[in-house]
Design a protein around this ligand. Structure first.
Ligand code: URA
Ligand code: SF4
Length: 204
């Protein structure tokens, strides 16, 4: 069947997965992208954060969360009392999906088919890292982690028990970048920080 499965080595640790991902042809997103972006952070972390997909900066640099959304996330983690270096950071989809507008590359949300195709990577990561808590940042990550459509507004902030690990869904940090109103942005930021704090407490 289509998808990343045949490129994911069995029983691999994070380092092996991170090198094998560059050969993945499990969906069409590899072709226009610069490179696959795998994870960052310790392979023994108790807390894992899952984003959507690499952005423009991440695609160029080969590291997750090094662009604007990553800055928002780092600030929110700091406010929640969590050291960024203590968490395992990854994405639901490992290649940047975009459309070209002149010189600019505009983010496109991955389709459910891309999330499904890429899922064997995330499953393999979680199988070797074995975090206590997985935070899904936004709807794409939540779909990947929970395997069903999720309305973030309705399910955010609760620690959902699972067989292998607990799951907490929250908003994607990039949502904050789009809020113009300062009070509204502060409120949304506080909600993200509270969710991250709850996840860190559940992982402790
Ligand atoms: N947004 C994400 O979801 N992941 C990244 O790595 C960067 C931006
Ligand atoms: Fe493979 Fe995922 Fe990249 Fe698609 S997005 S080619 S499934 S690594």
């Amino acid at each position: 069947r289509p998808g990343a499965g045949r490129w994911v080595p069995d029983g691999a640790d994070v380092d092996r997965l991170a090198s094998a991902v560059h050969g993945c042809r499990g969906c069409e997103l590899w072709a226009p992208a610069t490179q696959a972006v795998f994870s960052a952070g310790p392979s023994g972390a108790a807390l894992a954060l899952v984003g959507e997909q690499p952005g423009d900066r991440e695609d160029r640099e080969g590291e997750p969360f090094v662009g604007p959304a990553g800055r928002v996330l780092a600030e929110a983690l700091a406010a929640a009392g969590v050291a960024t270096g203590d968490v395992y950071l990854t994405n639901a989809v490992k290649h940047f999906r975009f459309t070209e507008r002149g010189k600019r590359r505009l983010h496109r949300t991955p389709d459910v088919a891309h999330v499904r195709a890429c899922l064997p990577w995330l499953e393999a990561e979680l199988a070797t890292v074995r975090p206590r808590v997985v935070v899904a940042l936004g709807a794409t990550a939540a779909r990947a982690v929970l395997g069903r459509p999720v309305r973030i507004g309705q399910e955010r902030g609760r620690v959902l028990d699972g067989e292998r690990h607990a799951v907490l869904v929250t908003t994607h940090p990039s949502a904050l970048l789009r809020v113009r109103d300062g009070d509204e942005r502060a409120a949304q930021r506080a909600a993200l920080v509270a969710d991250l704090r709850a996840a860190a407490e559940a992982a402790a």
